[in-house]
Design a protein around this ligand. Sequence first.
Ligand code: FPP
Length: 227
Amino acid sequence: MGNIARHIAIIMDGNGRWAQERGLKRVKGHEKGAETVRFITTFASNHPEIEVLTLYAFSTENWKRPKMEIDFLMRLLSRYLKNETKTYKKYQIRFETIGDLSRFSPSLQKQIAAIKDETKNFNRLTQVLALNYGSQDEISRAAEALCKERKKISVETLGKRLESSRFGPVDILIRTGGDQRLSNFLLWQSAYAELFFSPILWPDFSPEDLETIISEFKRRTRRFGGI
Ligand code: FPP
């Protein structure tokens, strides 16, 4: 039976390089990357074990990119959500987010809230988009809230306060695109995650690649600090 792949989290890296390799503008890579998001999400919704798929769509550091690329990513996200509402319904996918949405435009915030509401009772899969998300920001905001309330800070109290704790610990953390770093993604929830670094650029990442990773995950021994 082996390990259960309940929660999979992915750092979707390599869109820019995928486009540059083809002599295309970087944003074309993000467009293709959005299609991969759809393929991987529908695959996950049909997988018997996967309950949560968390995708790093926009980090707290991504605001450093050129304004034109940021604007494109915002429009792409809005278009994706509009087009994919039918996919969420067809595959019974609940849509959720982590991250501070207050920096997004009021219309995007409204759209996000509406889709969360429309899909809240679906339970085949929860797709969590990390939007303006950073783990250090998440952890410090939770600690600040506890301090303000003069509450004790412990692994338990702090852990419970984290926005991402609603979705539970990560079993498999994947980064595509060849780099081997965590880039401030789900640091707390990945304390005992199995890490996978794939050289494949995100637009080329396929459900078969995910299946191969899950098979390898099943063969690994997870000790959670025990022996
Ligand atoms: C990293 O590639 C990717 C991002 C910063 C954004 C992720 C966005 C998508 C996958 C598409 C939109 C998502 C949704 C949910 C509609 P990079 O630009 O850092 O690539 P590079 O390392 O090759 O430059």
